[in-house]
Design a protein around this ligand. Structure first.
Ligand code: MCA
Ligand code: AMP
Length: 504
């Protein structure tokens, strides 16, 4: 049996997951997961089949994940902010046999419009209400269940090209990595995790949901993040741990500034962690002043799992992401592939037992992602402090942007902007932003004849154009009309010049 489903089988009357006033004990979670797994098997789905899920965060989403894990089905979680073209790509590329979603959702409409049939659409509500047929064989497909090498998740993530790639994560990799990190952070069955992260990325789904399955703690799932909802859940449920992206902490701080007494339920917690993007040192200090807690920052990546972490005991260094978590090694290399001098920036390469199996059905991209001697090239630029503690100092590609913890591809946004009739040339960059980490900005050359364009009006129109085709967080927040894009002698756009233009 996979380590991830062990607790489901063990059961118990203690609280497993809660959402508002709904609760599931470990026994109830195991029973619900069995019933849903039986219903999925009844649809003819077999171990190894991909099942795309486009569902809101909540108890039903957690049961669905548990059911898929125990049935040996591969979950392909789809970002619920995605629009039709983004969803269609994930459904087609993953070869999903089924899509679980709410009737009428944009995902259902997209799936039904796909040529060649597309996946079978399954109502999330009907599935959640399914009862295990009496006397039916247990859908734990064999006594052993999925083995460690079996894929558990395929999570789509943006790259430097326009199209997202599916990252295959096995049961064994997830169990090893999530177990190591939550172990480092001293998770125990006494913990109550307040989880407000989306459940379609590994931060929320891996650390939050799978971490709870591995450790047997309780987890309160919030359908949407808001500072008030987090504080209310911490107060009502005696929350001990919260995990967030830096933007969430920024929003929490603005809310605490309005009335510092609101920090009381947060003060009573045990641990706050941050990851998915850089936590500004100023926010670390302000949060400590409000709550008495020094946020524990860690670094990860969909392909590598949770890779570097500040220590639980010992110094949680501002602006640093710590050292490799147990089971991982990291090295910092220069342009020639050799080691850099201490303190010098270099490319971060990692290896460890939680790494992806590869990109789904994309051997070329998988091969390119690793060095000849088997290290994964993260694309992040780091520098080591004198004692080996690592800091993220940049990224090798200007075409990858991180906004509010979501990764995006500048190319994908440029491709969509080029479809607008006013746009002759365009370049998208990420500009440093105190709330979102990076803000999407677009420099546009308009077609001849549109020279007298109103920049503000065009900016709004282009943002609406992007938002009608891509997830809302991908729309440009700043648009500048320029006479020409800055290019080098080879005709390549000099994006650093554009960044300076927007930053100025
Ligand atoms: C929402 N908006 C955004 C973003 N989110 N704009 C830019 N970037 C974003 N990330 C915009 C919407 O388009 C909308 O704009 C306005 O904010 C309000 O939308 P709303 O949905 O109410 O926003 P929110 O609920 O406050 O969302 C902020 C959020 C969310 C909670 C921080 O972005 C979020 O859940 N981020 C977490 C992403 C995550 O889990 N990443 C982990 C990846 P308008 O009104 O103009 O339309 S895994 C990873 O990175 C690795 C493995 C790791 O290390 O963890
Ligand atoms: P994703 O592909 O969405 O999993 O995003 C992974 C990327 O998020 C990494 O390659 C980093 O660029 C970024 N990231 C994650 N954690 C941190 C952190 N603590 N500090 C800076 N960047 C981070």
């Amino acid at each position: 049996m996979s380590a991830l489903t062990g607790l489901l089988a063990r059961g118990g009357s203690g609280l497993a997951f809660a959402e508002a006033d709904r609760e599931l004990s470990w026994d109830a979670l195991g029973e619900r997961a069995r019933a849903v797994a039986a219903a999925l098997a009844g649809l003819g789905l077999a171990p190894g089949d991909r099942v795309a899920t486009f569902v809101d965060a909540g108890l039903d989403a957690v049961v669905l994940t548990a059911a898929l894990l125990r049935a040996g089905l591969v979950q392909v979680p789809v970002n619920t902010r995605y629009r039709d073209a983004e969803i269609a790509h994930v459904l087609t590329d993953s070869g999903a046999a089924a899509l679980v979603t709410a009737p009428g959702s944009v995902a259902e409409v997209t799936a039904r419009a796909l040529a060649d049939g597309g996946p079978r659409v399954v109502s999330a509500a009907s599935l959640a209400a399914s009862e295990a047929p009496p006397g039916s064989p247990s859908p734990e497909t064999s006594a052993a269940g999925p083995d460690a090498a079996s894929p558990a998740l395929i999570v789509y993530t943006s790259g430097t090209t326009g199209r997202s790639k599916g990252v295959v994560l096995s049961h064994g990799a997830l169990a090893a990595n999530v177990g190591a990190v939550t172990g480092l952070w001293r998770f125990s069955p006494d913990d109550v995790l307040v989880l407000a992260l989306p459940l379609f990325h590994v931060h929320g789904l891996g650390l939050g949901v799978l971490g709870t399955l591995l450790n047997g703690n309780a987890c309160v799932v919030l359908p949407h993040f808001s500072p008030a909802a987090v504080a209310a859940a911490m107060a009502a449920r005696g929350g001990t741990v919260f995990m967030g992206v830096p933007t969430m902490y920024h929003q929490l701080l603005a809310w605490l500034d309005e009335d510092p007494a609101r920090a009381e339920p947060l003060r009573r917690a045990r641990l706050f962690t941050a990851g998915s993007a850089a936590l500004p040192a100023r926010d670390l200090a302000r949060f400590e002043a409000h709550t008495g807690h020094r946020i524990l920052e860690r670094y990860g990546m969909t392909e590598t799992g949770f890779t570097l972490s500040n220590p639980y005991d010992g110094e949680r260094r501002a602006g640093a992401v710590g050292r490799p978590v147990p089971g991982y090694e990291a090295r910092v290399v220069g342009d020639d592939g050799g080691p850099v001098a201490p303190g010098e920036p270099g490319a971060l390469e990692v290896r460890g037992d939680g790494l992806m199996t590869g990109y789904w059905r994309n051997e070329a991209a998988t091969r390119d992602a690793f060095t000849a001697d088997g290290w994964f090239k993260t694309g992040d630029v780091v520098a080591a402090d004198g004692d080996g503690v690592l800091r993220i100092v940049g990224r090798s590609s200007v075409d990858i942007i991180k906004s509010g913890g979501f990764k995006l591809s500048a190319r994908e946004i440029e491709d969509v902007l080029r479809e607008h009739p006013a746009v002759a040339e365009v370049a998208v960059v990420g500009v440093a932003d105190p709330v979102w980490g990076e803000r999407i900005a677009a420099a546009v050359v308009v077609h001849a004849g549109e020279a007298a364009v109103d920049e503000a009006a065009l900016g709004q129109e282009l943002a609406a154009h992007v938002a009608s085709r891509l997830a809302d967080y991908k729309k440009p927040r700043s648009v500048r009309v320029v006479a020409a894009l800055p290019k080098n002698a080879l005709g390549k756009v000099q994006k650093h010049v554009l960044r300076d233009l927007f930053a100025g």
